[in-house]
Ligand binder design. Sequence first.
Ligand code: NAI
Length: 452
Amino acid sequence: MKITVIGTGYVGLVTGACLAEMGNHVLCLDVDPRKIEILLGGGIPIHEPGLLEIVRRNAQAGRLEFTTDIPRSVAHGTLQFIAVGTPPDEDGSADLQYVLAAARNIGRLMTDYKVVIDKSTVPVGTADKVRAAVRDELERRGLGDTAFSVVSNPEFLKEGAAVADFTRPDRVVVGVDDGDDRAAMLMRSLYAPFVRNRDRLLVMDIKSAEFTKYAANAMLATRISFMNELSRLAERLGADIEAVRIGIGSDPRIGTHFLYAGAGYGGSCFPKDVKALARTAAEAGLPSQMMGAVEAVNEAQKLVLAAKVVAAYGEDLRGRTFAVWGLAFKPNTDDMREAPSRVLLAELVRRGARVQAYDPVAAEEAARVLALDLGQHPAQAGIHFAASAQEALAGADALVIVTEWKEFRTPDFEQLAARLADRRVFDGRNLYEPAMMKSFGLRYESIGRPAV
Ligand code: NAI
């Protein structure tokens, strides 16, 4: 099939590459010439395990192309995936300007049947707006009766495991209009290679498909905030949240997945989707109590690591040096959007501390976003980037762990104790056994567990 993917970010690039891998001829469009240049040069603009190989293989085979040329992109695909960003507007609602701009481009230039597919996360009712935008542009050209379909196909991939999630999905959700057999058939055949088990292709009405994505992210964010709130209570009461997690997770109605207390959720999706769902609920006249609480708990949780440092060292951190391991909002990505590390670092340097930060892949992106957060070059604010986890420890008083990269899981504990002047570790991801840390002479504070 001929496919256009509009927006070549995390979702668009993975979608385009994985669809090309199945033999489709995919053209990826982006308005950002820098991204397209990198892709045309044989690289990828993001860190995502396994993606570079697929992009290269399919680009070489001529099945995956990249462009900034909008007329070419509209002419190319019968299927037009919209995978542009939907960032939060000032009031928390999803900003649809990029989605609707993409839809208008299609209507302005299409000459034959197209399926316009919303892959971006968009509020319930967006498909109607997309349809109106395409129709408006067609009518303006006197082509009002040109046939096209609008489909909702929200994406559930996880950054860091995006290729595996896309190629072996738990489910694919497709929302089509009642009776739009043509679009339904095209979507079924497109996804057939990915959902050999056909139960995993869920075809439903468009509004339910749009809503499913928000419901999924809201549920996941709720689980995290729930565990984070309990972790604070566990600390106060002297209980161990890890024991509690296992204790409740073994009930299949609860399940063990995604039940970890930590330093707060970040990323491009949960924060904005929780806000957007709250906004949708308010606009619908049914304000959500839960979404506000989920967000508030998370905002507070992002401050927990800094609060532990302050409890240990006092408000004034001048003269102190902290090693920080992990900057990306989660492992296996360089995505820094809404990362809890940004809150921690701002708090530390605001109080005069020096920071030696290490992340296996996100340092460059971190330097960029921290410069914006702090209004100055990170080095001027006292943040230095180390080339390795070991290097970050040199001369540090204490270590703070924010992201659970695998390489942090089994460090040389003796060396850790020897290098940290205060032999102190603040762990925002509960990577280690407290008793073991104690046995190495380390003072260890984690989330929701007694300090040792
Ligand atoms: P991103 O910011 O990485 O990529 C969006 C791309 O769209 C950018 O490269 C931008 O330059 C481009 N763009 C904007 N307007 C355009 C236009 N008119 N024509 C062509 N390109 C245009 O965003 P990301 O993370 O890929 O997210 C995209 C959507 O997918 C969002 O709605 C997000 O909520 C959703 N999503 C994201 C997931 C993730 O893990 N990142 C997972 C599931 C859904």
